[in-house]
Design a protein around this ligand. Structure first.
Ligand SMILES: [Zn+2]
Length: 173
């Protein structure tokens, strides 16, 4: 199944990275990710007929297609509050430098290197797996604490019973 982000198809690597950015509080909106040849053809036809924005002729290596690759282009809303800008800065900070590769399109960005993208996605997935494992361990420890507490409680109840009998005898009741 294809991965999606903001309802747009994206590579598994971009999906991991974009979700990580959002989880870290970077606000942005994705307008377009990876397109099929058919979708690109429709955009290209619209462009040719003057009813759409500039779109590349569909081919397997077009920026938004890049079949079999992780590093397809992203269109990220530059919404006046700097969504695209913020995302680019965050990506740079986690080792994925990106560039605006189409003059006049300040929303169209591409990773400078597919390898950087793949590496960062791998790290993010490892981090996520580690956090999951740790959360499980913490939950197990909590259960263990409850069990330990219960054992002490049972022991305390028994001791109390014994002491109560003793006290009753002392008081002659
Ligand atoms: Zn684009």
């Amino acid at each position: 199944m294809a991965s999606t982000f903001d309802g747009k198809r994206v590579s598994a690597e971009w999906r991991a990275v974009l979700q990580f950015a959002r989880d870290q509080g970077v606000s942005f909106h994705l307008n377009s990710g990876q397109r099929t040849m058919r979708e690109q053809q429709a955009l290209y036809n619209a462009y040719l007929h003057g009813s759409g924005v500039l779109a590349a002729r569909p081919n397997a290596n077009a920026p938004h297609i890049k079949q079999g690759r992780a590093d397809h282009a992203l269109d990220v809303q530059e919404d006046g509050t700097g969504g695209r800008h913020r995302l680019q800065a965050f990506l740079r900070s986690i080792g994925i430098p990106t560039s605006l590769t189409v003059p006049g399109e300040n929303w169209h960005m591409e990773a400078d290197s597919q390898q950087d993208l793949i590496t960062a996605a791998f790290r993010i997935n490892s981090l996520r797996a580690w956090r999951k494992k740790r959360a499980r361990a913490v939950a197990l420890r909590k259960v263990a604490r409850v069990i330990r507490w219960r054992k002490h409680w049972d022991k305390a109840v028994k001791t109390a019973d014994h002491n109560i009998q003793l006290r009753k005898k002392q008081l002659g009741i």
